[in-house]
Design a protein around this ligand. Structure first.
Ligand SMILES: [Cu+2]
Length: 98
């Protein structure tokens, strides 16, 4: 890995994610954006880390998530993977996939 690759990382705080299906929706929405190479989602904290050639800026990512129904804001926090908890939609209610 001696080739220098331009990779930006943008962290977003995403609200509205309540289950694994929501995570999948978020991942899908972000992965469809040009330049996005890697999407990491932490359901517990609501933080999403996007890696890739993100010269178009965070607003494109935020807009894509808003369209999917997950309001997002740029977060100064870095995603730290916590233990995955499989929350069920039925227990929380108001989920996209109900
Ligand atoms: Cu869901």
């Amino acid at each position: 890995m001696d080739k220098e690759v331009l990779v930006d990382i943008i962290n977003l705080a995403v609200s509205g994610m309540t289950c694994i299906s929501c995570v999948k929706h978020v991942e899908k929405a972000l992965n469809s954006i040009t330049g996005v190479e890697k999407v990491s989602v932490d359901l517990a904290s609501g933080l999403v880390s996007i890696e890739g050639n993100l010269s178009q800026g965070a607003s494109v990512l935020v807009e894509a998530l808003n369209e999917e129904g997950y309001p997002a804001t740029v977060s100064p926090k870095e995603l730290v993977k916590t233990q995955a908890k499989s929350n069920s939609c039925k227990s929380t209610g108001g989920c996209c996939c109900n």
